[in-house]
Design a protein around this ligand. Structure first.
Ligand SMILES: *[C@@H]1O[C@H](CO)[C@@H](O)[C@H](O)[C@H]1NC(C)=O
Ligand SMILES: [Ca+2]
Ligand SMILES: [Ca+2]
Ligand SMILES: [Ca+2]
Length: 379
């Protein structure tokens, strides 16, 4: 029995009772990333020879393949050994890596910790000459801030941008998250199957998995903020309501370097913007970032994506303010290849969950204290 060192430490720490849960031992999956020169036929032949299934190229990364080994345990603290591991001695195999699980947390709406009773009065909006018939239009204070008398600071001149024709027309956005409800009444008109994929289940349909806790609403919520249809009487108006919107289901399962790379390099000649509101744990103790394949996906994207103009990667800066987390310790939001977005409360103040660091390029409204109004979306 070959126990890897971390696994051994973890078992020992658990036994002695001083491991801080979750134990930081590596979890190995039964998926491998392999770099093989010579084309897919060569990859197929090598896969077969060692008992793997070649699941195809990893996103847009040339010569990189996803190999699956069904006779290896799905999750193990031990790296896999056996006849199949001799694949690394094949001359055509330039690099191979058994994929490990990475802890990735959704940067979702967080309820403010303290309940404040001093709620400022919110008057109902005055009638603006421009109005949208969407059910939640009146709650979209961050678009028509000047309409009512309360404590919001600015509407970011979104309507001004719309008037000038910046509505997301001819722009394709995808949300990398827990899926997208593509048949949502406010999303289906702008839904783009070519900007969508289900990496968790390996199929083309990124519909979220429904469960009692409704944990997989995050992708749909983010998609609505971007591209919910305007003036269709339903729900809200997306900030880029004429954009085409897709979703990649990739957070509802084990996230690995390969899962991230496949998502970040999906259809880069079709998708303009990849939006991610997740990342390493915002617990104030984690320093983590993109590994080999995800880094390659970023570089590939900014070099060759969007027909050479470069893919645009948008990232949430982090929600770990309360744990005194620092967004510089997050290699995704801190990457030179991503545009890092922070948040502000309705009051214009820093929200309690905000993380400060120099990689932040811009800020937009989100939630704040309990008395602050929040943004509304499709969920
Ligand atoms: C939305 O639709 C209504 C008709 O239902 C129309 O009166 C209004 O002008 C439309 N708003 C915009 C901004 O196009
Ligand atoms: Ca699916
Ligand atoms: Ca709508
Ligand atoms: Ca963080």
């Amino acid at each position: 029995l070959i126990l890897n060192f971390e696994g051994l430490l973890c078992v020992l720490a658990l036994y002695l009772g001083f491991a801080s849960p979750p134990c930081k031992a590596r979890i190995y999956t039964n998926h491998w990333a392999v770099r093989i020169a010579g084309g897919p036929e060569v990859a197929d032949r090598i896969a077969e020879k060692y008992g793997y299934r070649n699941m195809g190229q990893i996103g847009d990364l040339r010569d990189h393949y996803h190999f699956f080994h069904s006779r290896t345990i799905k999750r193990s603290t031990l790296s896999s050994r056996g006849r199949h591991s001799f694949i690394s001695m094949e001359p055509k195999v330039e690099w191979i890596q058994q994929q490990v699980v990475k802890r990735r947390i959704k940067r979702d709406f967080k309820q403010a910790p303290l309940l404040s009773l001093s709620s400022p009065a919110h008057s109902s909006p005055a009638q603006n000459n421009i109005f949208y018939n969407d059910a939640k239009w009146n709650s979209m204070w961050y678009i028509h801030c000047n309409d009512d008398v309360h404590n919001c600071q600015s509407d970011m001149n979104i309507m001004g941008a719309w008037k000038r024709g910046y509505t997301g027309k001819d722009v394709v956005v995808t949300i990398l998250d827990d899926g997208i409800e593509r048949n949502h009444p406010d999303l289906y008109q702008n839904y783009d199957p070519q900007a969508s994929y289900d990496v968790n289940s390996n199929d083309v349909d990124p519909m979220p998995r429904y469960d009692a806790t409704n944990e997989n609403k995050h992708g749909t919520r983010c998609a609505g903020e971007v591209a919910a249809a305007a003036n269709n009487s339903h729900c809200i108006v997306g900030i880029a309501y004429n954009a085409r919107i897709g979703g990649v289901r990739m957070l509802d399962g084990d996230v690995t370097d390969m899962v991230e790379a496949r998502s970040l390099s999906l259809n880069p000649q079709h998708i303009d913007i990849y939006s991610a509101s997740w990342g390493p744990d915002d617990d104030g103790k984690t320093v983590d970032g993109p590994a080999t394949l995800a880094r390659q996906a970023f570089e590939n994207g900014i070099r060759t994506g969007r027909k050479g103009r470069g893919s645009i990667f948008v990232w949430a800066s982090g929600n770990g303010g309360r744990s005194r987390d620092h967004c510089s310790c997050d290699g995704y939001t801190n990457s030179i290849y991503t545009i890092s977005i922070s948040s502000t409360a309705e009051s214009g103040r820093k929200p309690w969950y905000l993380e400060e660091c120099s990689s932040t390029l811009t800020t937009t409204y989100s939630s704040g204290e309990n008395y602050d109004r929040k943004i509304v979306s499709t969920e």
